[in-house]
Design a protein. Structure first.
Length: 276
């Protein structure tokens, strides 16, 4: 299967494209965002990597600027290193990730990448003989380490890095302040927030949700482009963040601890089988 078959995209206007993996039929299917700038293009998250995303962007004509000049530099930014967001980083020459998760990406740590994928989630195998049990997030050397407050310049637009741990220790959002757009990764999406994975932490998540609420209070976000599911607005963002905080009590922390232990055991077993 070609990259052109594997992916599909939808233009949202303003130089933003929504890209998805057509045959990965799972709640874990990540949204991929292409943001085009006057001097640089940025891909936010990269999917599983079963087919080359840069090949798709070139074949679909998404990297060619309107004036017909050569393509701009392309940077892939991972909002975090979980497998559904980081598997495709291997196909990019320039990769950026938060410094807290750079070592895991560099060593191909599929425990921290939370790698679990089943054959049933992939409606059409990317190639003959492919099996989910062989899937791994390969080691990738980041070309840029990100920190809270860093700015990724695209020329005519700036994306500010917001370190928002909780879902994972290196989770980030990217904030386009001028356009009041938040690329939220898995920090927040219109669904239940997952805080029971390895390196998740409820207390960090509460602090991150407080930052999200402050963005809304200050009128700095009007549209959220999340890591999964559909786009939503500021009112929904505030509700999701405040609802998480209201439920993050002692009982929630205890159940989360138990679920994290189970997930940790399952991941160790799964990844040991793949390694052997």
């Amino acid at each position: 299967m070609s990259a052109l078959e594997w992916f599909a995209h939808k233009p949202l206007g303003g130089g933003i494209f929504w890209i998805q993996e057509r045959f990965y039929e799972s709640g874990n299917r990540a949204n991929i965002w292409l943001v085009r700038g006057s001097q640089r293009d940025v891909v936010i998250d990269a999917g599983l990597g079963l087919r080359s995303l840069p090949d798709y962007l070139r074949a679909a004509g998404l990297l060619a600027p309107p004036e017909g000049a050569g393509p701009r530099p392309l940077l892939a930014v991972a909002t975090h290193v979980h497998f559904d967001h980081s598997g495709g980083l291997q196909h990019f020459e320039e990769v950026a990730v938060h410094s807290a998760e750079a070592p895991a990406l560099l060593r191909g740590d599929n425990y921290e990448a939370v790698t679990w994928l089943s054959d049933g989630e992939v409606a059409r195998p990317p190639r003959p003989g492919w099996r989910a049990r062989h899937f791994r997030v390969p080691p990738v050397r980041p070309s840029r380490l990100l920190h809270d407050g860093d700015v990724i310049s695209l020329g005519d637009r700036q994306l500010t890095v917001m370190h928002m741990p909780g879902h994972s220790r290196g989770s980030i959002c990217l904030h386009d302040k001028d356009r009041k757009i938040l690329f939220s990764g898995d920090v927040v999406y219109d669904g239940s927030m997952i805080d029971w994975l390895p390196y998740s932490r409820v207390s960090d998540y509460v602090a991150s949700c407080q930052r999200l609420m402050e963005l809304v209070d200050r009128g700095l976000v009007e549209k959220v482009l999340p890591g999964h599911f559909n786009i939503f607005g500021a009112e929904r963002l505030y509700w999701l963040a405040s609802n998480y905080i209201s439920q993050a009590g002692i009982c929630h922390k205890m159940s989360t601890c138990a679920m994290r232990s189970i997930a940790s055991i399952a991941l160790h077993i799964t990844n040991s089988r793949v390694s052997s």
